[in-house]
Design a protein around this ligand. Structure first.
Ligand code: PLP
Length: 296
């Protein structure tokens, strides 16, 4: 990942929209050591990929940003301001010559609860960055291990303070799970609940094909509603799709599995807990064609 550009946002509401977006050098610091986003992971974020100079699925990302903020009792984001800043960042990140061979641009936008010691309100920024083109991994597939997230399936209802289903900045657990996957010789993770319900990846949504249907776990289990999975389901009209509960054994029964995310699209699973899995290259390519072509 390589930073391309950065906008600091004034979220006080004091300035008009145009005056609230400040381009800054992405190498310069814009956040204080006393910011709750830094100190406690107390904030929300989204990442949208840029195609043709525009952020894909922007409205869905903005809606999920608002949902995460509401789950964390943060002030509601000023949607128009965030939309304008992300659109501008996507256009700027697409300036010819900025990206190197094999890179694609993405936009990450972040809102923290703000400074712990002064009540100035949330801190916000929009970062344009270059990541690697996912074409190769979409072909090769990934090795995945199943890890226990340690919560029950009903944790969102019983313990909303655990913030399952919010895209919060607190990703240290997700990062640790990816390191555990690497220790086990794998590339990625599918989380299951302590009582055996399939959830999601640390940075992705799971789709399983079972009995001719494409199935993904419901948000009520405490997973993020995936924008990529939603658009894949909307675009593949000749295969039945369903949001439904999957149990751990269903992963063995599935004849194809994918992990979906904005920056990589639909990536097929080629190995699950050490066992080889078949990749449906044709359907993977069709899903990614749909995803690459999507707009706001
Ligand atoms: N689940 C988690 C925990 C994620 O972090 C992400 C994306 O980063 C996703 C699912 C996939 O979401 P999307 O397809 O909207 O990128």
């Amino acid at each position: 990942m390589r930073a391309l550009l950065l906008f600091r946002l004034d979220l006080s509401g004091a300035s008009p929209l145009e005056g609230s977006i400040h381009p800054v050098d992405p190498r310069e610091p814009i956040i204080r050591a006393t910011d709750l986003g830094v100190n406690r992971g107390d904030g929300v974020f989204e990442t949208a990929v840029v195609r043709g100079g525009r952020p894909q699925a922007l409205e869905a990302h903005l809606t999920r940003f608002e949902r995460s903020a509401a789950l964390m009792e943060l002030p509601a984001p000023r949607r128009e301001l965030w939309r304008t800043a992300v659109l501008r960042a996507a256009a700027a990140a697409s300036t010819p010559g900025l990206l190197e061979e094999g890179e694609i641009a993405s936009i990450k936008f972040v809102m923290t609860r703000g400074d712990e010691y002064d009540a100035a309100g949330p801190t916000g920024w929009v970062l344009g960055f270059a990541g690697s083109d996912p074409s190769a991994v979409r072909m090769s597939g990934i090795r995945v291990v199943v890890l226990d997230r340690g919560y029950r399936h009903d944790v969102m209802q019983t313990s909303p303070w655990l913030l399952q289903g919010a895209k919060s900045l607190a990703y240290a657990v997700n990062q640790a799970a990816l390191r555990e996957a690497a220790r086990r010789g794998a590339d990625d993770v599918v989380f299951v609940t302590g009582d055996g319900f399939v959830l999601e990846g640390p940075r992705s949504t799971l789709i399983a094909r079972i009995g001719g249907e494409l199935v993904t776990p419901p948000a009520e289990l405490g997973v993020l509603p995936g924008t990529t999975q939603a658009d894949a389901f909307a675009g593949i009209t000749d295969v039945p799709t369903r949001i439904g509960v999957l149990l751990r054994d269903d992963l063995e029964r599935a004849d194809a599995l994918w992990l979906c995310s904005s920056t990589r699209g639909a990536v097929p699973v080629r190995q699950l807990d050490g066992a080889e899995r078949l990749i449906d290259h044709a359907l993977t390519a069709r899903m990614n064609a749909v995803l690459d072509a999507r707009e706001d």
